[in-house]
Design a protein around this ligand. Sequence first.
Ligand code: SIN
Ligand code: CO
Length: 373
Amino acid sequence: MAYQLNLNWPEFLEKYWQKKPVVLKNAFPGFVDPITPDELAGLAMEPEVDSRLVSHQGGKWQASHGPFEDFDGLGETDWSLLAQAVNHWHMPAAELVRPFRVLPEWRLDDLMISYSVPGGGVGPHIDNYDVFIIQGMGRRRWRVGDALPMRQFCPHPALLHVDPFEPIIDVEMSPGDILYIPPGFPHDGFTYEDTLNYSVGFRGPNGRDLISSFADYALENDLGGAHYSDPDLTVREHAGRVEQYELDRLREQMMAVINQPEDFKQWFGRFASTPRHELDIAPAEPPYQPEEVQEALLSGETLMRLSGLRVLNVEGCFFVNAERLTISDLKAADALSRYTELGQQELGDAVNQAEFIAELTEVINHGYWFFEE
Ligand code: SIN
Ligand code: CO
């Protein structure tokens, strides 16, 4: 099912994105859940799926990680089952992410789905990513506080909570409503009913992760081999003191390693196309021959991108799943990074080139793209 999202994006981005939380009433009119609680429970039993069970019984918080063998003995109240990156594993649920493709793909994290029974929730907390919480079945009350400095604590080693907060939003969400929350705003969902929530998350990398990833790239690619040098050195009266100019020079030396546009681009493409959750990659079996791929495209078949796969165009360099995407035809490569479904029309003349067809056959056989069934 294709989801129609009623949202004035330019206005939303200007007023709310990364600035303040907002309730978007009936943003998905006539919302139909793409998944059932039973299906979600089934996913939480799979080892590839990152899932959690959070309960709050008798005033005590408990949390455990999947995969789960069964859900016996849970009772009818006070728990919530959450699964990450459901868009990688459940195609109808992945459709919910599609309307958000007006935002840059490299910022998208995943689709998390939670199923809560009366009294269930993960408790008051802060996230460090932007989240669109879509209300599915049932109704749920959400409270959001202002982004003020707050004490955080762990009521259980796997949970990070915040102190009670004064709400600036206190809303009962109905199916199809969306609550958008920027990073840093405390929030808490509470329910009297069995309810499903879909969280489309967007995460910005922090400086620490960028530096650490760039450092890995520098090591792998032998960057920054030049040593500190000081031919202008003069006699020191205090040999134990590091001088200001030396610190400046060291900082510049480090900056110079990062400040190389080509390497920066090559690193960032790999970094940003790395999935944060496992993908459901299945190599084509049996593998396609290039002639078959060409014939399928020429006869109008549609190529689908593996759900959750990141394909990025970084200034004319193409990356897929943390590697260079070797497609020599730039227009076709751009189409692969732009569309999640594409065919002859989007790929253009490349469809008639043997070199492109060979390259495309390789990524199809790898399991990154497949023909619509
Ligand atoms: C939930 O769905 O219960 C948690 C979503 C969130 O707080 O980000
Ligand atoms: Co949250």
